[in-house]
Design a protein around this ligand. Structure first.
Ligand code: AMP
Ligand code: ZN
Ligand code: FE
Ligand code: FE
Length: 290
């Protein structure tokens, strides 16, 4: 059984519709895929319909933007109640923050000599997403001929500290673990040692987060080298945290992150599903489950 627990659609910064994402997952031979768009559940319904049609299992989730001791940390929330008022309110604040920084980023790019960096032009590449992110701005720079791909746009303009980088609101990680759990979802830290979070998320931090309700850690991810994976696996075993793996697929938006390039053990997914049931989650797994 092949399970990929972290992917993105056009509802955030992936490049496929939820339907195309789920079909591609089935074509890639996956038995279960999770849709985990950034800070939003708007793709869930379409993905669920596509999963029923394709005969593949679907885990509905979210990848939530949080902060821990000043560093950005992504928190995967599996099977929460999408209508939980606290969760809805906090995701709303994050989405508002995403929207609010867009004009500032575009203004910086215009000042850097890219007059085509306007909100109208951005809307053409980003479509109608409510979760606008730097990858959409990157796509605009590609269209303007300023860079060849998202990667170059991040390297030259958009990475933290880059000339067009603008910070945005993110929820506190510990608070968000509580909010997800009260929404009867299962919190799992995404790629904890990718993108510079390694220094803040050490063993003692994981121990504290476990006390706050953290249930798992994403270990098998392209951002982690073999040594990091081995160390994370040890920490997870020590603290009895679930271990997951995923592609973090973004369609054509991220190279090498092919669907199923990393996967999650069925037993680990079974623990996540059992935890959601124990919490009384109204969100089920669509179709086949381990
Ligand atoms: P934002 O959500 O606006 O903070 O942008 C972060 C998103 O950009 C995350 O989903 C990352 O996966 C993506 N990202 C970061 N670096 C790159 C890169 N070099 N190429 C493509 N996507 C990236
Ligand atoms: Zn993304
Ligand atoms: Fe992430
Ligand atoms: Fe992701």
């Amino acid at each position: 059984m092949r399970i990929d627990l972290h992917t993105h659609s056009r509802v955030s910064d992936g490049t496929q519709t939820p339907t195309d994402l789920v079909r591609a997952a089935a074509d890639a031979g996956l038995d279960v895929v999770a849709i985990t768009d950034h800070d939003i559940t708007a793709g869930w319904a379409e993905a669920a319909e596509a999963a029923e049609d394709a005969g593949i299992g679907l885990v509905r989730g979210i990848e939530i933007s949080t902060r821990y001791r000043g560093s950005a940390v992504h928190l995967l929330a599996y099977l929460p109640d999408p209508d939980d008022p606290m969760l809805v309110a906090e995701l709303g604040r994050i989405l508002e923050g995403r929207g609010a920084r867009v004009p500032a980023m575009l203004a910086r790019l215009r000042a850097l000599g890219h007059p085509g960096a306007t909100e109208e032009a951005l809307a053409e590449v980003a479509g109608d997403t409510e979760a606008t992110g730097r990858p959409h701005v990157a796509d605009l720079l590609v269209r303007l001929g300023a860079v060849t791909d998202r990667d170059e746009a991040f390297r030259r303009f958009l990475s933290a500290g880059g000339p067009a980088y603008v910070d945005r609101y993110a929820a506190d990680l510990t608070d968000m673990i509580g909010i997800v759990t009260r929404a009867r979802g299962v919190p799992v830290v995404a790629h904890p040692w990718g993108r510079g979070s390694a220094d803040v998320l050490d063993r003692s931090a994981f121990a504290v987060l476990k006390e706050a309700g953290l249930f798992g850690v994403e270990v098998d991810h392209l951002d982690h080298d073999p040594e990091q994976r081995a160390r994370l696996r040890e920490i997870a075993a020590d603290l009895d945290l679930v271990v997951t793996g995923s592609s973090d697929h973004h369609g054509t938006g991220k190279t090498d992150h092919d669907l199923g390039c990393h996967t999650t053990d069925p037993e680990q997914l079974a623990r996540i599903i059992a935890r959601a049931a124990e919490l009384g989650s109204p969100t089920s797994v669509v179709g086949a489950a381990p």
